[in-house]
Design a protein around this ligand. Structure first.
Ligand SMILES: Nc1nc2c(c(=O)[nH]1)N[C@H]1C(S)=C(S)[C@@H](COP(=O)(O)O)O[C@H]1N2
Ligand SMILES: [Mo]
Length: 254
């Protein structure tokens, strides 16, 4: 099912409609109202950016005009949630578990993740439906840091990512995951990842199409084999390299 409740077209189908769904049109008055809110966001600073992002996300998810892309906080990103909602977790209730075929399973709070070495990357973001956002900054903990801490057993060959939206999943091979540009991201453009963008913690798989970057990340499980993720059951490539997969020829992002 996609965000509108319509089953996406399987393999080789129209990816645009698969991801973007067919939400009901947003009235012009609502969009213009949002423009007003956007100005308020600028006037009152970043404090309300998270809330504003959430409202923008819920509107732009159903905005066939693309007008919301022009709003502050939109930044060229489209909002996606296959669960049709924005789940919220914060300082007190966020947990990331690392388990499966490891010697030392672990549970991290936000403060634990912040205490680990942080890697900051500036790369273009490319969605498989075509949109690209240049020079986006993400920072966080490399997957390899978490894997070293966990001690991957010899039977482990891949990772399965789960999300606290309860629906989305993703995967990487261990070799892919150990690249230095695969992050458990805590910040985006040097601010905490907003709830709409998958905060407080999302995956950032820099060299791959953005569907690999699971939002609302809550679990990393080391598995024996690759288990294809959510969109991969509907025809997206498991190895999601930008420019070398999904029948597309975009410039690489890493
Ligand atoms: N949990 C979850 N993660 C997700 C998705 C989703 O629907 N749910 N959509 C993916 C897709 S297809 C894209 S393009 C990006 C969108 O990220 P954004 O909403 O921050 O622009 O998130 C990816 N990660
Ligand atoms: Mo996407």
């Amino acid at each position: 099912m996609d965000e509108s409740g319509t089953p996406p077209v399987a393999g080789g189908g129209d990816q645009e409609s698969a991801e973007e769904g067919r939400g009901s049109p947003v009235g012009r008055r609502l969009v213009l109202g949002m423009l007003g809110l956007g100005v308020a966001g600028v006037a009152y600073g970043a404090g309300i950016q998270d809330k504003l992002d959430n409202v923008l996300a819920s509107v732009s998810a159903k905005d066939p005009t693309g007008v919301t892309d022009l709003l502050p906080g939109g930044g060229g990103f489209r909002f996606y949630s296959v669960s049709n909602s924005i789940p919220h977790r914060g300082e007190s209730d966020y947990r990331l578990t690392v388990g499966g075929l490891v010697d030392r399973p672990a549970t991290y709070r936000l403060s634990d993740l912040r205490a680990l070495p942080q890697t900051r990357l500036t790369r273009d973001v490319q969605c498989v439906t075509g949109w690209r956002v240049p020079k986006t900054v993400f920072s966080g903990v490399t997957l390899s840091t978490l894997l070293d801490a966990a001690g991957v057993r010899s039977e482990g060959t891949a990772l399965r990512f789960t999300c606290f939206d309860g629906v989305y999943t993703e995967s990487l091979t261990l070799d892919q995951a150990r690249r230095p540009d695969m992050l458990v991201a805590l910040t985006m453009n040097d601010k905490p990842v907003t709830a709409a963008h998958g905060g407080p913690v999302r995956l950032y798989a820099a060299p791959m199409y953005f569907y690999k970057s699971a939002k609302w990340l809550s679990g990393i499980t080391v598995t024996k084999d690759v288990q294809p993720g959510y969109w991969e059951h509907y025809g997206y490539d498991v190895d999601g390299w930008v420019g070398k997969s999904n029948g597309r020829s975009d410039d690489p992002t890493s």
